[in-house]
Design a protein around this ligand. Sequence first.
Ligand code: PMP
Length: 358
Amino acid sequence: MAYTIKIEESHSKKQKPADHELGFGKYYTDHMFIMDYDAGQGWHSPRVVPYQPITLDPAAKIFHYGQSVFEGLKAYRAEDGRILLFRPDRNFKRLNLSNVRLSIPQLDEELALEALLKLLNVDRDWVPSSEGTSLYIRPFIIATEAALGVAPSTQYKFMIILSPVGSYYEEGIHPVKIHVESSYVRAVAGGVGHAKTAGNYAAGLRAQEEATDKGYSQVLWLDGVHRKYIEEVGSMNVFFKINGKVITPALNGSILDGITRNSILELIKQQQIPVEERQISMEEVYEAYQNGTLEEAFGTGTAAVISPIGELQWRDEKLVIHNGQTGELAAKLYDLLTSIQLGRIEGPEGWVVELPNS
Ligand code: PMP
């Protein structure tokens, strides 16, 4: 189906914050993308409009049954001024996988990418340029039908909003402390753990709060059945280097298929470092720690790219990894991937998409 994306430019432009004030998700650009779905009509009326609140009926299904999905990716400003996206096709593909699980109608992935490029073009001056900054992109879909029956909505909105964000590491990449969660669980196979849907994040807040109170920055989730096998960190996938070999939990239906995870796996394979995607238990990590073969641990995700793990708190134990310092592999992979994302070096074909000049 051929679509025409309408563009309504904002008359008043906001004042842009200075790069050092950005933080995460505090400021929004001048425009947003919006598109509607009505049963019988399909997705329609794609448009870029001034950034504005939306009005919904209090009975809208999103408020009651949580039928929503979202994505997160970034646009980077290269040193030569070009605006670069990292594997955006995979985000829209994943959005559609989440849609399947949440009974939300499929999007045309090419249209979604075109919509993003149109929106970015209108707000291109919002992509910050200081080291470590970027424009965070949040595509999302919500169920808008006003009806309280528990059934898939007949109406939806697909939106994209943009937020300039600061450097994740103010003083360069540094290790985080993580709490291994033994009481709460996030997801089980057959549930919605592999989908990027709001409820997964709501369900994780309580554990996150308790971990924060104890001085840990995030939680490491264990599997929901045995509380034994490692799943993922709050908003990151996780990797361990044990005795020269890299291990990451396999995609088992209850963790997110991270785009950074996938990219890091490819880079590790290119470096000819042995790597395994498989089930890995906390006991195995602990045993490696005790016998001195746990060399590194790190998380991967769009926000920080790589987060070295300096300490894991599990039961009554504190596992200090790599003396609480960033490991060589984590540092190398961080440099490699951020250099590709910023267009300093060439990555595998199709990874970097340049925003065309208007
Ligand atoms: N797991 C979860 C639960 C996440 O929210 C994220 C962030 N999207 C990730 C892993 C990492 O995924 P990505 O590399 O695509 O950002």
